[in-house]
Design a protein around this ligand. Structure first.
Ligand code: UD2
Ligand code: MN
Length: 488
């Protein structure tokens, strides 16, 4: 073959190879776009093969452009880190480090917090599918609102550093630290001086102790971002945590979204998922927040997709700012701590919105050993609503905050009031359809002597007038289920 011909052939081959394999211009890119257009349902998130996300835009059949929001530079930097507590590993504790004095001020081990890096790395424990998800190219920006009351210095700083390092700057409108009348010295000028290095951080302070609900409200009232994102003051956000939250709100603004809340151990600061990981929020008769498994009929084909949750844990969520105020924000009458998560959750559902947990967004939170801060005297944290039916019987107001319960020890004993123990047993009562109050332990019913104004236990006799009681607001389904359980 002549030299010229050979060169020509070489060039042709090279050109063809380029056409096929170059990521942005070649046939490959044509194939890729077509493939994406075909396989994506409108509004659905798309899974991409590895390595396809570098700054490219993908157009969906809904006409919206999406991109890979991962910050690979920061991921790389995190991967290189080494030291105690890095990659979310437990800090190696000695006996002395465990001393109770380390916990007293914060409810978690501040010694350990002080000894691990403020910019420590975390393990990426998201579902593998999250690595390939793309989100809207145009996402709303957000004000990140962090209320704090006497927070530890390093736990607060680590919260901010993790946000700055793991959040695309263009998505942060501002970070508002709202001080709820703390008295610790490090939270005054020292904090202001430290935060000067972060252009987007603002510090505002309440004029008296308001509690976390009104403190969040103050932050929200000053916020200018399109979305409000609330976090506790002892969190560490994980890789690419924000885009999946904002994406869900961008698709429907009447949406509240929560990240998966991971556990930062209050002893050694090891980082891990909560037991059972993705679960739905619920509450019990005492209004205690609970997590329950996602029922089979609600399992999604892709477990990394957002799923609906009836109530949120409380502290970590994002919401469209205008919609938050349309919902009326929080009830400002709620004191210090607790209950606000039910109020906002119920309003979301009752006002035609929805609430989602987003598995591809993960944020670590230090669950304390005990509550370290003082609650002003006379403040009731339990003023809420209540349910009209339960297994024990408590006298007084219908809020069930009294701590005395009906108690009987035998089939003929008087009915006494005793501290509620919640262990059923002698305080376990059945409201029966025949209007008697049955006591499974003694196999007898509550009877009374109106003349002597006394109540006592007696052999059950549904025909006896003195054993007839008035029940209000009965849920027959629950009642029957309960009675059948009690008798079996
Ligand atoms: C959970 C929530 C929390 C909140 C609370 C009440 C999570 C992870 N945490 O308990 O966000 O919803 O339930 O329902 O979902 N704070 C103040 N003023 C106060 C008391 C607290 O500003 O008087 C701050 C505190 O510094 C923290 C936040 O409010 O940043 C939440 O308080 P917490 O951490 O004591 O509540 P937590 O996590 O036990
Ligand atoms: Mn907290």
């Amino acid at each position: 073959m002549k030299r010229k011909q050979k060169r020509f052939l070489q060039m042709t081959l090279l050109f063809t190879a380029a056409l096929i394999f170059l990521p942005d211009v070649g046939l490959w890119s044509l194939y890729k776009d077509k493939h994406l257009e075909k396989s994506a349902e409108p509004g659905e998130q798309q899974t991409l093969p590895l390595g396809m996300g570098d700054g490219q835009l993908f157009t969906w059949t809904d006409g919206l452009k999406r991109k890979d929001w991962h910050d690979y530079e920061s991921i790389q930097k995190d991967a290189m880190r080494s030291g105690k507590g890095e990659h979310g590993k437990p800090y190696p504790l000695t006996e002395e480090d465990h001393d109770d004095s380390a916990y007293r001020e914060n409810g978690f081990n501040i010694f350990v917090s002080n000894n691990i890096a403020l910019e420590r790395s975390l393990p990426d424990i998201r579902h593998p599918n999250c690595k390939h998800k793309v989100y809207l190219e145009k996402l709303p920006n957000t004000s990140i609102i962090i209320p704090f009351h006497n927070e530890g210095w390093t736990s607060l700083l680590r919260t901010i550093h993790s946000i700055i390092n793991r959040t695309p700057d263009s998505l942060i409108a501002e970070i508002i630290l709202v001080d709820d009348f703390s008295d610790r010295e490090h939270l005054k000028e020292k904090l202001e001086e430290y935060m000067v290095r972060f252009a987007k951080v603002r510090i505002v302070r309440t004029k008296k102790r308001e509690g976390l609900i009104r403190t969040r409200l103050l932050g929200a009232s000053l916020a200018r971002g399109e979305v409000l994102t609330f976090l506790d003051s002892h969190c560490e956000v994980n890789v690419n945590w924000l885009p999946p939250l904002l994406n869900q709100i961008a698709l429907n603004h009447k949406t509240i979204v929560c990240p998966m809340i991971d556990v930062i151990d209050h002893n050694h600061f090891g980082y891990e998922a909560q037991a059972g990981d993705a679960m739905r929020g619920a509450f019990d008769w005492e209004m205690y927040y609970k997590r329950i498994p996602i029922p089979p009929e609600l399992q999604r084909a892709d477990p990394s997709d957002p799923f609906e949750s009836p109530v949120m844990a409380g502290g970590l969520f994002a919401v469209n700012r205008k919609w938050f105020w349309e919902l009326g924000g929080y009830d400002p009458g709620l004191e210090i701590w607790g209950g606000e998560q039910y109020e906002i959750s119920f309003k979301v559902w009752m006002c035609g919105g929805g609430m989602f947990d987003v598995p591809c967004s993960r944020v670590g939170h230090i669950y304390r050993k005990y509550v370290p801060y003082k609650v002003p005297s006379g403040t009731s944290l339990a003023r809420l609503f209540t349910f009209g039916w339960r297994e024990d019987i408590r006298p007084g107001e219908p809020l069930h905050t009294r701590k005395f319960c009906f108690d009987a020890i035998s089939h003929s004993s008087p009915v006494t009031l005793y501290d509620c123990h919640g262990m059923k047993g002698n305080q376990h009562w059945s409201y029966r359809k025949d209007k008697t109050l049955f006591h499974p332990v003694s196999n007898s019913c509550i009877d009374c002597n109106p003349a002597e104004k006394k109540i006592f236990m007696n052999r059950c006799d549904p025909l006896s007038e003195t054993q007839q009681w008035m029940f209000e607001h009965i849920n027959m389904t629950v009642l029957e289920k309960f009675n059948s359980k009690a008798s079996s």
